[in-house]
Write a protein that binds this ligand. Structure first.
Ligand code: FMN
Length: 188
């Protein structure tokens, strides 16, 4: 299997735990990955610190890029990043992607991934949804993106918040296409 080049973008929706668990998991799976690049919005940092009581979002062994750094490699299709995950993805970022507003590195990178027909995974998070959110999800889906809502599952009987959140992160890892040991439903 070709090792993947992955962009992880974190935005200011609730659910920083999903970003943390995904970055933790990508560290564990580094053998399968050529490169992980990280970019966070300002709100993402605030929400991470508030929800997780943790300021360690900058301490991963991955290259991180400022949100306005249009010189980042993955701002161009020629850098050939395979996959971009936006986790969690705010409705604001979703809307900017759906309308093609590439005014920061996150939305520009998403635009690039879509135009290059590569894999864009949006771990969208808000509830309830209004019609604008739903239409934006439709637009991104029609453009080739994958909406993977931050909706956990319960059939693995998770006991902790981390286990519950991992039910979403494990689906993201599957969507990226990495080999991962996780709970698999086998019927009853
Ligand atoms: C604690 C907190 C929780 C939030 N949760 C959500 C959310 O679940 N979904 C959402 O779309 N926006 C949420 N927001 C609002 C976004 O942070 C805000 O719309 C921001 O402009 C998003 O910008 P970004 O996508 O560039 O991070 C939340 C904000 C805060 C402070």
């Amino acid at each position: 299997m070709m090792k993947k080049k992955i962009v992880v973008a974190v935005t200011g929706a609730s659910g920083a735990i999903y970003a943390k668990l995904l970055l933790d998991k990508l560290q564990q799976l580094q053998g399968q990955v050529a490169e992980v690049a990280v970019v966070m919005s300002d709100n993402a940092k605030q929400v991470w610190e508030f929800e997780l009581d943790d300021t360690g979002h900058g301490s991963y062994p991955f290259k991180t890029y400022a949100k306005n750094d249009f010189m980042a490699p993955f701002a161009s299709g020629s850098a050939r990043f395979d996959t971009m995950v936006i986790v969690p993805c705010s409705m604001g970022t979703l809307g900017r992607i759906a309308s093609g507003v590439s005014d920061d590195l996150i939305t520009r990178a998403a635009d690039v991934i879509l135009k290059e027909r590569r894999k864009l995974i949006l771990v969208a998070r808000d509830t309830p949804l209004n019609l604008i959110h739903i239409r934006n999800m439709q637009t991104v889906t029609e453009a080739g993106g994958i909406i993977c809502p931050a909706i956990p599952s319960y059939y693995s009987k998770p006991k902790t918040i981390e286990e519950l959140a991992m039910t979403v992160v494990n689906r993201v890892i599957d969507l990226i296409g990495l080999e991962n040991e996780s709970y698999r439903w086998e019927g009853i």
